[in-house]
Each structure stands twice: as structure tokens, then as C-alpha cells.
Design a protein around this ligand. Sequence first.
Ligand code: NAD
Ligand code: TYD
Length: 352
Amino acid sequence: MAADDWASLLPRRLLVTGGAGFIGSAFVRLLLELPAPPRVTVLDALTYAGNRANLEPVADRPDYRFVHGNICDEATVEPLAAEADCIVNFAAESHVDRSILDPGAFIQTDVYGTFVLLEAARRHQHPRFLQVSTDEVYGDVPAPHRSQEGDPPRPRSPYAASKAGGEMQCWAYHETFGVPVLVTRGSNTYGPYQFPEKIIPLFVTNALDRRPLPLYGSGTAVRDYLYVDDHARGIAMVLARGRVGSAYNIGQGDEPIDGLSIARTVLRLTGGGDDLIHHVQDRPGHDRRYALDITRMRALGWHPSRDFGAGVAETVRWYEQRRDWWEPIKSGAFWDFYRRNYRPLAGAGAPP
Ligand code: NAD
Ligand code: TYD
């Protein structure tokens, strides 16, 4: 089978939950730009992180529909699941720092919401259910190990624990009720349309405004950073070709990158000086290292299309050109969160 033949194997009527978020919207844009797109219904609660502007490029497509609603609400999910042949679940509370401030919403959406979707998939006997999970379920991974799909989950943040909880239900529904689940565990993703709270879009937008870049602790914690279009294509390929009952690590697979290097790279690309780097109090329970073995994805015919240097340069260009997208987001409620999160330090860059 040719490497790009996966598209013909996709289900034809998809319910994409959380499709107005960062990675979900990239996935929807990718599918709707295929020569023979499937029908896509997005169900999204439009939390602070959801944004219909992320789906504007496909808003007029005849195969696309947007429904505003919550995955925890069975009455909303039921009719949408009835007319779909597959659910792809991106919906989640997704930011570790917010999970430290307010864990409850994470349990609700990431655990209970996943249960509601699994029940719907079970009732309607969908031939596939894809849960978008994260490499954070592995917890801190000491060097030189790279996480493999068979490694046990050891989540250490409320976010990671909520995602592991959602995943565990998927495995339980697979074993107990035969729901045909697939799970992807993506690494730290970056690129256009990312809410500016995660390190790369936060640092890029702060640097463009010459605000300080708040680096946790010494900035030595490392992550595997993956470009969003590669993550979206990886999920689509697992949906098309993955083996039911399996998990797939989706990551760059290179040597993971530390926070200080990210700050310096962003400052070099935006013309800011290193004096903008502001070491702030470390995140509680900060995982020091994530690293992935991506052999299984490679066997599926997937590989990342860009290295980090190319991806981050492209991302900086996008944020330079799309102030219309991020400036309205970095206002009111955003700065309330920012002051709460980075409170113990003076001068982390929030407006007074
Ligand atoms: P995001 O925060 O940008 O988007 C989440 C979307 O889910 C938003 O549109 C939000 O409105 C929606 N949502 C939240 N609660 C909902 C609910 N109860 N009902 C319906 N919709 C709801 O997140 P993202 O970065 O795009 O991540 C998408 C998925 O990928 C998540 O499951 C996340 O755990 C996972 N993931 C993210 C990364 C990353 O680096 N961003 C890496 C690996 C895995
Ligand atoms: P983040 O983008 O929040 O993703 P995650 O915690 O889910 O991996 O953080 C990535 C890395 O960047 C992590 O080591 C924490 C660090 N970081 C900072 O140093 N400063 C920040 O303001 C943020 C948000 C993250």
C-alpha cells in the first residue's frame, strides 16, 4: 500500500469532539482538504481554549458541521453519535498549570466526558473509537529511556492523571464490551492556532510584545516537540490503519529539547534579547523529561515532516502575521489566569 493511501481507509462519518481546539482543528482542516473528504461533525463546548476561528478555513465546506455542546451531556452526544460511524475524541482540558489551579474541570471532561462518548460508541456499535491521549500518561521518564507503548502509566500531574483516567476507561470498554478503541499518545505539540498558554505560543507572543518569558526553574526540563500538522496526520493514519486495541506514540522521536533552548530559539527568531528570559518559581511536580520511541508509528508509514528548527520558524512567522487571532485571546480572562499562575513572582509580564 502506498504511503498516502490511508485516506481511503478513513471512516466516512466522523464525530470530532474538541474540534475547535488547537490539534482538533488541525485534524478537521486536514480531513476536509482531502480530495474525497469524509463528513465531519465537530462537537465543542467552546471553553476558553475553543475558538471557531480555528475552523474558519473550512467553515463553508458542505461536508462540515459545527455543534456547540458538551461531551459530558448525553442528550447532546446521543443523536450525533447515532448518525456517525466513529468518534475521535480531542475534547479535554489540556493545560498542566490550569490542572494544578483547578483540577475539577479536568476530571469532568477528560474522565467523565470520555465515558459518555464510550457509552455512545458502544450503543451504536461504531467500528472504531479513537481517543486522543498524551505522552504525559507515562510520567517522568529518566534518560536514556524512551517510552514505549507497553510501558505502565505513571501520571504525575492532575492533567496527566485525568488523561490516564480517560484512557483506562477506553481499555476497559475494549476488554469488557468489545468497543474497538484506538489510543494515540502525542507529544508536546506546537504550531499555528495554539492557545498562548503552552510554552511555545506563550513565549512567541510574549517575545513579539517584548514581555518577559517566564521559564520554570532552571529551564532544564525536556520535552519531545512535534509540529501540529504532523500530529494531526498521525492521528488520521492511526484512525485509518491502526490496530484496534492498540496505543500509538506520536512524537518527533529526536533528542528532547529543554525550556531554556526554546526561549533562546524564540528570542533569536523574534529579535528579542536574552534579558527577556525570566526564571520563575518551578511548577509543582514538574516532570523533568518526556521522550518517545516512535517505532510503531514509523511501521504504520508515518514520520514527522519537519524538524524542530523549521517548525518553530514557521510557527513564529504565523504568530507574527496573525495578531488578529491571538491579541483578542490575550486579554481579560487570560491575564487573570496569568497573574494567578505566575503570582509568586514579580514582573512575569502580565499587564498591571
Ligand atoms: P485545546 O485545549 O486547544 O482544545 C481542547 C478543545 O476541547 C477546545 O476546543 C475546548 O473548547 C474543547 N472542550 C473542552 N472541554 C469540552 C467539553 N466538556 N465538551 C466539548 N468540548 C470541550 O487542546 P489541544 O492542545 O488541541 O489538545 C487536544 C487533545 O490532544 C487533548 O485531548 C489533549 O489532551 C491532547 N494532547 C495535546 C497535546 C498538546 O501538546 N497540546 C499533546 C498530546 C495530546
Ligand atoms: P507546557 O507547554 O505547559 O507543556 P507540558 O507541561 O504539558 O509539557 O510546558 C512545556 C515545558 O515548558 C515544561 O517543561 C514546562 C515549561 N514551561 C515554562 O518553563 N514556562 C512556562 O510558562 C510554561 C507554560 C511551560
